[in-house]
Design a protein around this ligand. Structure first.
Ligand code: EPU
Length: 433
């Protein structure tokens, strides 16, 4: 396995192009199976999770063929399987988004229950509740969700949960409803940009959907859908990560291929922290000239501050003079990065689902271990400003969600490289199953 080695202290400056959104591309790839003809998808990021989704689709008989580095042709004509087995699903939680399309298209689905993960428990009760409301008969047997959709019909569905709306439950029920007779109305639906992007793709396929981007989505079921061509939206989390990299290093970073509005909550907090940010067309520029100021952050469903930016924001606050509080409202246990940031000299403590961060003048390079995708990004950000060398192990987490991060950061002037771990490190660091 590889590790990322960073020698901190470089001010970042220059431009970086943002890739397509992982969390849009994943359900869109799954949705393409519902058509009667092939779809062409552009701006699909080259990431491990995307590769996993294409492997699962391939197993079901949906042929995914890379045309250019970021374009994929998805041919659903060979779809013959409705069972997504454990050995494939366990590698990526987003495989649960196969449930809706399989039910819509096949009227049957057997999908392995995804496990919890290091960011906390990740139940699927809302997915089951939503699909059951469409009259799918669902049981959980031997670790699998077994769904019979032969008598599905449109219905009113309330999808709110303890932590607000659910992104992938909204995606699943919306996709299934596209091929379910009658009208379905989703109340308390997620309104994340990735849901809007999915709805846009489904509409190009011939689906009748209204209200995407609000909490009420209305879907009129069709008898069939056709393949479509679609360009995936830019990844707002990748974009936010590079903005924070610019702010932490006191640099000037231009990010290209982004939607400003998708980043509003993050930009608002960065401005409050003292960054100068301007946007033109699909470009955002950040300049950090003044000392950073502390800000408090609460993660919330969109358009609130995204949980997927919480760890990166914590890295920023770790080097900001003063005390800040970051409260996690989506995944109250998503704090595995605290201990590793502290290894780099940060001073962060946990009080329930809030982190209290006492900003330090300096961080110091160390060996650290990535626990999940966004935690990995936070450690890299901290490494960019830490004195001396930081080595981030278990970088496969990063490869799930950031396309060529070390190349992009190097282009901005960071001293960063990916190197294979030594034999000794392989033994001591170990592999997570
Ligand atoms: N929840 C339930 N029951 C459910 C589903 C969710 O209680 O049936 C809870 C979750 O436990 C959580 C909250 O509802 O507390 C929101 O979870 P949601 O369902 O929205 O998460 P998701 O759809 O499984 C997507 C992203 C995550 C991102 C969350 C929140 C994809 C593939 N994943 O997950 O992305 O954190 O929305 O925005 O779209 C990441 O990219 O690093 C990542 C984890």
């Amino acid at each position: 396995m590889d590790k990322i080695v960073i020698r901190g202290g470089q001010k970042l400056s220059g431009s970086v192009r943002i890739s397509g959104a992982k969390n849009s591309a994943l359900p869109i790839l799954a949705a393409a199976m519902m058509a009667d003809s092939p779809s062409i998808l552009h701006n699909v990021p080259a990431l491990k999770d995307i590769q996993t989704m294409m492997e699962v689709l391939g197993f079901l008989g949906v042929q995914c063929e890379k045309m250019e580095p970021n374009s994929v042709r998805v041919d659903p004509n060979g779809l013959h399987q409705f069972k997504a087995p454990y050995n494939l699903v366990r590698r990526m939680r987003a495989s649960v988004s196969l449930l809706g399309p399989l039910l819509g298209k096949f009227k049957r689905a057997v999908v392995s229950m995804p496990g919890g993960c290091v960011i906390g428990p990740r139940p699927i009760d809302l997915h089951i509740k939503g699909l059951s409301a469409l009259n799918a008969k669902i049981q959980v047997e031997h670790g699998y969700v077994v769904a019979d959709g032969t008598s599905m019909r449109g219905s009113d569905v309330f999808l709110g949960g303890r932590f607000g709306s659910s992104v992938l439950a909204t995606a699943n029920v919306m996709m299934a409803a596209c091929l379910t007779p009658g009208v379905t109305t989703l109340e308390s639906a997620a309104c994340e940009p990735e849901i809007v992007d999915l709805a846009q793709f489904l509409k190009k396929m011939g689906a009748q959907i209204e209200g995407e981007g609000t909490h009420v989505i209305r879907i009129e079921g069709q008898t069939s859908l056709k393949g479509a061509e679609h360009t995936v939206i830019p990844d707002r989390i990748e974009a936010g990560t590079y903005l924070i990299a610019g702010a932490m290093t006191g640099g000037r970073v231009e990010i290209q291929n982004v939607h400003y509005r998708h980043l509003f909550a993050v930009i608002d907090k960065l401005r409050e922290a003292g960054a100068y940010i301007e946007s033109r067309q699909d470009t955002i520029t950040l300049r950090q000239e003044d000392p950073l100021k502390v800000v408090d952050v609460i993660t919330l469903p969109y358009p609130g501050f995204p949980t997927d930016m919480q760890a990166q924001m914590m890295a920023l606050m770790s080097i900001t003079d003063g005390i800040s509080v970051i409260t996690e409202k989506i995944y109250p246990e998503r704090f595995m990065h605290i201990s590793e940031l502290n290894r780099l000299g940060a001073k962060i403590s946990l009080e329930g689902s809030s982190a209290v961060i006492v900003g330090r003048k300096k961080l110091s390079g160390a060996q650290v271990m990535a626990s999940d995708l966004r935690a990995s990004a936070a450690l890299i950000l901290a490494g960019l400003v830490a004195e001396g060398e930081t080595q981030v192990h278990r970088v496969y987490h990063l490869d799930r969600g950031y396309e060529r991060i070390e190349e992009k950061l190097r282009k901005l002037g960071a001293d960063i490289e990916r190197v294979p771990e030594t034999q000794e490190e392989k033994v001591t660091v170990g592999e997570e199953l």
